[in-house]
Design a protein around this ligand. Structure first.
Ligand code: AVJ
Ligand code: FE
Length: 460
């Protein structure tokens, strides 16, 4: 198995804490009304996420690791995700935006004092290798990605900066890939999960041997162009491709395309339906090949669907149906992980370079399919990390020998046949919160997350 990267030093930890906080503050730099409003019953008001990340730091770094007397124990209940479902959070006595910012910055000052004083070689598992700091850094980035999904759902324009993909992104503008290429993964065992990565979550442990038969896996995520072929072929109207419960769901909800897509162009239904929120823009000519009559709303702006991007905002049911239509199936999470070669990242253990993966919200969208040949894994699969989360066929279940740490509500209470596993991170995922062993999960009907998929099939 790959050697562990050196345990994070204090300067690196402080820089990661600062980067996560800069991001949370940037995503909440808007009028109070937009922060306290609930944009969707699926999501918290943004001001809940903001204070929740501070409360989580207070619980884990200050109280659990630092032994510090509680600062604001009376607000613990409000920010306990298990006590109040998201739809109920607007009616809680939440800290207002200014108070939330003051609270989290006060907590953060003390967190830096704990970091100063801590011994990173302390065998206590909360402190060893800076685990508890990794816990809160990753937690904040996960909530930052959730905040982005909330802002995308809101339809509000002008709140999210749309940067350019870096020059390292290899695909020339306008080139469109059609169809799918596959890579072969030979039979044999591989080490799934990790014991070595210091910031890995309990659900990634322990590492264990998995022996898989040979299989093919798509070289790239399924693109919008690929997905349009499924739509054009009547994929949403043919029960042959769907799980019974998925079929019932698309019928009942009238679903016929990914979330945020609409047919009929700038003057069509989309603009009217989103009312004053819709601002029709071009996209710098980059997506001249896009459209096919389909438009999408992205952070409050309408644009033609770019055919060359990985499809996103599809549910597990849609991914599963597409795969069956294509004569394939979704990969298991073991197949997905083995295709990355048993390393921290598909290319090795080094941090992602800008020419290897689209991570960390450089641009507010996935990069075109084929943009990252330098990020390929040992079997040739590309864009495993970044761009879009990838649905797998697997339920979120514990690995053999799983032990809950540091608390059962991170992973353990979600195990079972309720949530499907997603892998690889999206354009909105920070590099500190992703690796080939990282496991995300959600309900199979969820579409607001930045999720797409690739297909696989058995060899022979
Ligand atoms: C791992 C993304 C499913 O957001 O529900 C945040 C992460 N856990 N706070 C979620 C999480 C506690 C979790 N996911
Ligand atoms: Fe949380």
């Amino acid at each position: 198995h790959a050697p562990p990267p050196p345990a994070a030093g204090k300067e690196l930890i402080a820089a990661e804490l600062a980067a996560a906080r800069a991001r949370s503050l940037a995503y909440t730099d808007m009028e109070d009304d937009l922060l306290v409003r609930q944009h969707s019953p699926l999501m918290s008001p943004l001001v809940w996420d903001l204070a929740h990340v501070g409360n989580y730091e207070e619980l884990w770094v200050l109280r659990a690791a630092g032994g510090i007397t509680p600062l604001r124990p009376e607000i613990d209940d409000i920010y306990d995700a298990f006590k109040h479902p998201r739809k109920d959070r607007p009616s809680l006595p939440l800290l207002g935006p200014a108070e939330a910012r003051r609270y989290i910055s006060g907590v953060r000052g003390r967190v830096l004092d704990v970091l100063d004083a801590v011994d990173l070689d302390d065998p206590d598992p909360l402190r060893a290798g800076g685990f508890v700091f990794g816990l809160v850094v990753q937690h904040e980035h996960q909530h930052d990605e959730t905040m982005l999904a909330t802002l995308q759902l809101s339809g509000e324009p002008g709140l999210i900066q749309d940067g350019e993909l870096p020059a390292g992104c290899a695909q020339d503008a306008g080139e469109t890939r059609s169809g799918q290429d596959e890579v072969f993964v030979p039979p044999g065992p591989f080490v799934m999960g990790t014991d070595a990565l210091p910031w890995a979550y309990d659900n990634e442990r322990p590492s264990h041997l998995m022996d898989l038969p040979a299989y093919w896996i798509d070289r790239w995520p399924v693109s919008n162009g690929d997905y349009l072929a499924f739509i054009a072929d009547g994929g949403y109207d043919d029960p042959r491709w769907w799980r019974p419960e998925g079929w019932e769901w698309v019928r009942q909800k009238g679903i016929h395309a990914p979330l945020f897509w609409t047919r009929g162009g700038a003057e069509g239904g989309a603009g009217r339906r989103t009312g004053s929120h819709a601002v029709h823009t071009g996209n710098g000519g980059r997506h001249a090949a896009g459209g096919d009559g389909w438009w999408r709303r992205r952070f409050g702006r309408m644009e033609p669907v770019p055919l060359d991007e990985p499809v996103q905002h599809v549910s597990w049911y849609e991914a599963d149906a597409y795969a069956r239509w294509a004569g394939k199936r979704l990969p298991t999470e073991a197949e997905w992980e083995k295709a990355c070669g048993g390393r921290r990242f598909p290319w090795g253990d080094a941090d992602p370079r800008p020419d290897q993966a689209n991570l960390g919200h450089r641009a507010a969208r996935p990069a075109p399919v084929g943009a990252y040949p330098a990020g390929a894994g040992p079997y040739g699969a590309e864009q495993m990390i970044g761009d879009v989360w990838e649905w797998t066929s697997s339920w979120f279940q514990p690995y053999p020998g799983f032990r809950s740490f540091p608390y059962p509500e991170y992973s353990e209470v979600f195990f079972g046949e309720t949530y499907r596993v997603l892998r690889g991170g999206s354009w909105a995922t920070h590099s500190a919160a992703i690796r080939t062993t990282f496991r995300n999960w959600d309900y199979p009907i969820r579409r607001q997350i930045f999720a797409g998929f690739r297909c696989a099939r058995v060899a022979g």
